[in-house]
Design a protein around this ligand. Structure first.
Ligand code: NAD
Ligand code: TYD
Length: 338
């Protein structure tokens, strides 16, 4: 049995990844280290309670003693998701982003190195490359030019990982993925926020002109890509992961309204995000060529399934809305998430 330490496994992508691992490989056991910040929700993995192949440890990746102790439990590989992940929050306060995303990564790297962990995957983002104009794509060789405090903290972590490979021959690989959608995403991010508001006939806040472009990928396609990288990726390499699916925020909003049968009058243009990146688009030919991975889930079908999932799981959404974070959001942003 191989033991994989997954950090941030109670968040959106981490929880989907743990389910993917346990469903696809009977020889794998998972240790999930998650602090349970506002974004971590143990209900995302409630179905795994009692599984002998799954163990949850609540704790901070920046806690050196704890991470050393966890790493000492015979960890074969690390897949590092834990992060502060929301750009708008990073604009209000970059402190937690630097602490978790940069210092947390350093602590994990040191402990993994100390314990001779055989493989380490750093789950990063296309946002480290900055913003594109109307043409072109991010390749793995695109220079890093992060624009938000969130993206900057992720880029700093990527560079630290790179330096550990170079300096210590540490067996790390970096993945950089575009925007994910799917079940269990915290409803402060655009797609679940808009769905939950539309379901309640509330207006949805489209930043600026809404013509910013994101390249969307279903979370299950992202998880399959990370699994490929974990198994067969080359040490020291960066792999871009994308859905080949560019949409403007406005187009995406119109599609969500159409799926839910709601009127266009629910669209409310609000002030733009400061420093808002205009366009992201990923060239993912390297992972396709080297590892044989491809995005598989059709965007329209995946989006319709996702809308259905949030509509069917209104209890999941409601439980988050009632949590403490709501007062936090209100204080920080003067509006309610979800
Ligand atoms: P998320 O915000 O849904 O989940 C983050 C998880 O990390 C939560 O469970 C939280 O409790 C945990 N966490 C936060 N700080 C911690 C700490 N100090 N110690 C331990 N656990 C902590 O994020 P997500 O959307 O699932 O993103 C996961 C990773 O994927 C992040 O590293 C993010 O940068 C990256 N990523 C996300 C996207 C996307 O579209 N969501 C795209 C590309 C890359
Ligand atoms: P988001 O889900 O926050 O992801 P990211 O900023 O990491 O790309 O936002 C996706 C896009 O949607 C981004 O261009 C910002 C925009 N957006 C809105 O227009 N309104 C909103 O309320 C939110 C949260 C995002």
């Amino acid at each position: 049995m191989r033991t994989i330490l997954v950090t941030g496994g109670c968040g959106f992508i981490g929880s989907n990844f743990i389910r993917h691992l346990l469903d696809t490989d009977s020889q794998v056991g998972v240790l999930n280290l998650d602090l349970l910040t506002y974004a971590g929700n143990p209900a995302n993995l409630a179905d795994l309670t009692g599984s002998v192949r799954y163990r949850f440890i609540q704790g901070d990746i920046a806690n050196r003693d704890l991470v050393r102790q966890v790493m000492g439990k015979g960890v074969d590989a690390v897949v590092h998701f834990a992060a502060e992940s929301h750009v708008d929050r990073s604009i209000h306060d970059s402190g937690p982003f630097l602490r978790t995303n940069v210092v947390g990564t350093q602590v994990l790297l040191d402990a993994a190195r100390e314990h001779g962990v055989g493989r380490y995957v750093q789950v990063s983002t296309d946002e480290v490359y900055g913003s594109l104009g109307t043409v072109g794509f991010f390749t793995e060789d695109t220079p890093l030019a992060p624009n938000s405090p969130y993206a900057t903290s992720k880029a700093a972590a990527d560079l630290l990982v790179r330096s550990y490979v170079n300096t210590y021959k540490f067996p790390a690989i970096i993945t950089r993925c575009s925007n994910n959608y799917g079940p269990y995403q915290f409803p402060e991010k655009m797609i679940p926020l808009f769905i939950s508001k539309m379901l309640r006939d509330e207006r949805v806040p489209v930043y600026g002109d809404g013509l910013q472009v994101r390249d969307w990928i279903h979370v299950r396609d992202h998880c399959a890509a990370i699994d490929c990288v974990l198994r067969n990726g080359r040490i020291g390499e960066v792999y871009n992961i994308g859905g080949r699916c560019e949409r403007t925020n406005l187009d995406l909003t119109l599609t969500l309204l159409e799926i839910l049968g709601k009127p266009r009058s629910l669209i409310q243009h609000v002030n733009d995000r400061p420093g808002h990146d205009r366009r992201y688009a990923i060239d993912c030919r390297k992972i396709e060529r080297e590892l044989g991975w491809r995005p598989d889930i059709d965007f329209n079908a995946g989006l319709a399934d996702t809308v259905r999932w949030y509509a069917d799981n209104s209890d999941w959404l409601a439980s988050l809305r009632s949590r403490e974070y709501l007062s936090y959001c209100e204080k920080q942003y003067g509006r309610l998430a979800g």
